[in-house]
Design a protein around this ligand. Sequence first.
Ligand code: SF4
Ligand code: SF4
Length: 431
Amino acid sequence: MPEQTIPHAFHVMAKPTGSACNLNCDYCFFLKKEKLYPVSNFRMSDEVHEAYIRQLFEAHQVPQVTVAWQGGEPTLMGIDFFRRSVELQKKYAKPGTQIENTFQTNGILLNDEWCQFFHENNFLVGLSMDGPKELHDYYRKDKGGHGTFDRVVRAARLLQKHKAEFNILCTVNSKNADYPLKVYRFFRDELGVNYIQFIPIVERINENGETGFQEGNRVTDRSVRPDQFGRFLINIFDEWVKRDVGQTFVLNFDGALAGWLNMAGTVCIFGSTCGQGTALEHNGDLYSCDHFVEPNYYLGNILKTPMIELVASDKQRKFGCDKRDMLPRYCRQCEVLHICNGECPKNRLIETPDGEAGLNYLCDGYKAFFKHADKPMRIMADLIRRGRLAEEVMKPTGTEKRVVEKGSTQPGRNDLCSCGSGLKFKKCHGK
Ligand code: SF4
Ligand code: SF4
């Protein structure tokens, strides 16, 4: 394989219990994936585990490696599996490598021992939560049909008690999407978290009437509606941009800001191409993406083919480039294309107004949000470019206001010069 086609770094979301979970959330697409492995015990063997860690560290040519754990529910493996993982990571890491473990959980099984372990080993925990009790419990239920809110709040408190770093992953569905500020303020004020990610639920109905695969152009009633999602983002953005920038980190806003900065973002959905974020099943099967764990997107098994070859394969490269190459003309002519990039291919299930397939179901919502956020985003991008802090958007000066009004960053004659001299612009670079 030519050297230049091999990525120096990539992301693998490992699912040590496959799709097995101790909850039964109505909208969960992972649960339906159990059918892919009808006779499995859904436990990653030591052989697959060691192969995964060894290959991951061998393949990385950068000083930082992320080991990402996802489910199903990874706590079902038991804590000793992750103790062993930390040992394997130390064994295979090149000298000087900075290791980060991320761990997505529903929180139900967390106790003092788990939280202490996370703290001691610098795991970054993602806790799944959909808002205050009545909104969270609407879809996030256990196998007995009971709400899980109280148990998840308990988990959050335990994580806080042990100073384990964690953030909130909140799905936005047709129920909680009507309560953006209630949801946001709950996380910020009552739970006391300062890192939140909102994931829209777009659940496609497959030909057989079931859900689980990225096929079909209809969605379930649980799915958030495009206009609803747009309003959800706008309402939270308006509050965030007035008082929380630099304090509360909302991944959706940070990811979008990268578009205004013309930079590669932190979230794959707004990138022009993707394909660097694969998913590893419990038995070593590797798939193109966590959202595409289905037969058409199977890359191979890491016990038979080295993971780096699968990640660098033509099939995977095509998967990543298709994100850009399959955009309908409507998107290619869109004024916010440089920010949106057609969002995630998994949501491209509707037709454009002139009948071309492949438009993103959430298009209207995103368009509304990007247009609404344009002025403050331009100010923040401009501040960052000038080496200042994005939070200065909350107290805009004359210069920042002019960015909005005229699209210009040049200070007024009586403003301080942006070179940092402390002189008025007219006495310095504006002479
Ligand atoms: S398919 Fe979607 S979620 Fe997967 S890597 Fe591409 S943009 Fe990201
Ligand atoms: S806002 Fe809509 S039309 Fe524009 S790039 Fe995104 S999905 Fe395409």
